[in-house]
Design a protein around this ligand. Structure first.
Ligand SMILES: Cc1cc2nc3c(=O)[nH]c(=O)nc-3n(C[C@H](O)[C@H](O)[C@H](O)COP(=O)(O)OP(=O)(O)OC[C@H]3O[C@@H](n4cnc5c(N)ncnc54)[C@H](O)[C@@H]3O)c2cc1C
Length: 74
């Protein structure tokens, strides 16, 4: 959707923090400036305050989760 945008580019990097005053996203190997910032780091499973449910009802949000469930089933 964005590939024809002349002011759009993609960076594959780990975000380690934010310098809000300096308007910079801090990366494991550098920093990048911003005018406006939207942070969308995904979500974790939510057990409505019943964290002891987690071992009984594991999440399915990653390849590791999927292979763990597959292993349990097999
Ligand atoms: C198995 C499964 C099936 C689904 N099926 C459907 C479906 O059929 N239809 C539907 O509408 N929705 C479906 N969903 C839900 C949908 O995938 C999510 O709602 C959606 O992906 C959420 O998008 P997001 O951008 O908020 O988060 P994500 O897609 O989780 O993206 C967050 C990104 O942030 C990155 N990130 C996190 N921390 C850092 C960091 N410090 N530095 C750099 N990057 C970081 C992560 O690596 C990730 O790439 C499904 C989800 C799952 C798990």
């Amino acid at each position: 959707m964005l590939r024809h945008g002349k002011n759009v580019w993609t960076i594959l990097a780990e975000v380690i923090g934010f310098d809000l005053g300096g308007q910079r996203v801090l990366l494991a190997d550098g920093a990048v400036g911003f005018d406006s910032l939207i942070v969308a780091t995904g979500a974790r499973d939510h057990y409505f305050g019943n964290d002891d449910w987690e071992p009984l009802a594991p999440g399915l949000k990653s390849i590791e989760d999927a292979t763990a469930i597959r292993r349990k089933i097999l």
